[in-house]
Ligand binder design. Structure first.
Ligand code: HEM
Length: 424
């Protein structure tokens, strides 16, 4: 890789394969540093990332997902562009999503979400996870090999969210097929093919029907609770707000969690000693998952738009600058995590990673993702011994070949073929 000033982070394939040396070089020069793309600064330091996440006065989330593409349609001018942001935020991509809202709109919708993800709902959802995990493992257990992403992690994490939101059992297979998590079973989804081939459109149409129908004719089910959820003051949200929240849970919770599960399997398969220690002491699974989240953070980049000229780590950040936070870089900051390039099951501060962000927008799905990871690892260890990377697919150690998702938003393997010995 050439010097950091020459690297176009958004397009460079070497960064996709290994962003960490690029992040290290940036951080060594300055944890808050301008990158090649005009008007963008990267935050690679831990304290600095936490500071940006915590300051929703100086930094707007209006571009949290889209970053500089395309950015505001007008040139920012002056040290406070609050009015400009309000004037143009609706022109930015996905502007209605919770993650792109600022206060007070964000607070109101976030409170709605809290009323949906109740402890009792999460408890029932965990019971489904154990059944789901086994139903997917049953499909390949006798073969002694599986591709983690497509045979397990993607369909599993999709159906966990479908269950959380109360999608009726009869519709779930179709959700899997329509949302690209698995190949459709014969006949499944054929009737809706004409409605839409776009996964987000499919979700939007389906949830609009569910919510409108439940508002007309309430039943004793989770979708009825979803349809009747109210704002704090007691008013009822528009159907579109609820549909938007439900749809976004699929978008935010599936790929990220699938990557966590896949990275966890990769670490287990490449490190028989760690696998053995987890087999001997299952109570370590939660800390193993925290260290996995630190070591391979699924979110590669998260953005903010500087609303008011401010200073972070002694660097002046003019209003209008796109700030690009890299949780995976912050999680390997040697000032915070000793010897960050090594995976340490006993790391005492692994849980302080910021893979789930921080502050007002920090991930509300963290507990869910952690439970999905724990349930999956428990069942993999129960039902498989000698979990190892397939040499047929990835080659022998230490010169394996792995392909990473070509994305600057998410970090993770495209696929991971695992071989194992089934437990009788
Ligand atoms: C390992 C898995 C996951 C990772 C690494 C992850 C990461 C993140 C991060 C970094 C943010 C902060 C975005 C920002 O500040 O701009 C976030 C927000 C969010 N996540 Fe997750 N997430 C995961 C799983 C989930 C799951 C399972 C769900 C729900 C089913 C979920 C729902 C959300 C929502 C709704 C937000 C927006 C919150 C807000 O703006 O207030 N996530 N996630």
């Amino acid at each position: 890789m050439s010097g950091v000033e020459d690297v176009d982070f958004f397009t460079d394939s070497a960064v996709v394969a290994n962003p960490y040396s690029y992040f290290d070089e940036l951080r060594a020069q300055c944890p808050v540093r301008a990158v090649k793309h005009p008007g963008v600064i990267a935050v690679t330091g831990y304290d600095e990332a936490v500071e940006v996440y915590a300051d929703s006065t100086a930094f707007s989330s209006c571009n949290a997902v889209s970053g500089p593409f395309p950015g505001l349609p007008v040139q920012a001018d002056g040290d406070d562009i609050s009015e400009l942001i309000e004037q143009y935020r609706h022109q930015l991509p996905m502007s209605d999503l919770l993650v792109n809202l600022d206060e007070p709109a964000h607070h109101a919708q976030r409170a709605l979400l809290r009323r949906l993800l109740t402890p009792s709902r999460l408890k029932t959802n965990e019971a489904t996870m154990w059944r789901l995990a086994d139903s997917y493992i049953d499909r390949f257990i006798e073969t002694g090999t599986f591709e983690v992403m497509s045979d397990y992690a993607k369909p599993f994490s999709l159906l966990v969210i479908a269950d959380l939101l109360g999608v009726p059992e009869d519709d779930r297979e179709e959700f899997g097929a329509k949302l690209g998590a698995e190949k459709p079973a014969p006949g499944v989804g054929e009737d809706t093919q004409a409605v839409s081939n776009n996964p987000l459109e499919f979700l939007h149409e389906r949830f609009t029907t569910y919510i409108e129908e439940r508002r007309r004719r309430p039943r004793a089910d989770v979708l009825t609770d979803l349809a009747n959820v109210t704002y704090k003051g007691g008013s009822t949200p528009e159907v579109d707000v609820i549909v938007g929240l439900a749809t976004f849970l699929f978008a935010a919770g599936q790929d990220t969690t699938a990557r966590l599960i896949t990275s966890a399997m990769w670490i287990l398969a490449e490190n028989p000693d760690i696998q053995q220690r987890l087999r001997e002491d299952r109570k370590r699974i939660p800390v193993f998952l925290e260290e996995t989240l630190r070591f391979e953070s699924p979110t590669m980049s998260d953005f903010r738009l500087t609303r008011v000229t401010t200073t972070i780590a002694g660097q002046r950040i003019p209003a209008g600058t796109t700030v690009m936070i890299h949780p995976g870089a912050a999680n390997r900051d040697p000032r915070k995590f000793t010897d960050p390039e090594t995976f340490q099951l006993d790391r005492d501060n692994a849980v302080e990673h910021i893979a789930f962000g921080r502050g007002a927008h920090s991930c509300p799905g963290g507990p869910l993702a952690r439970t999905e990871g724990r349930v999956s690892i428990e069942r993999f260890l129960d039902r498989m011994t000698d979990i190892r990377v397939s040499e047929t697919t990835h080659g022998p150690a230490p010169s394996r070949t792995y392909e990473y998702e070509p994305s600057f938003i998410l970090r993770g393997l495209r696929g991971l073929q695992i071989d194992f010995t089934p437990v009788d």
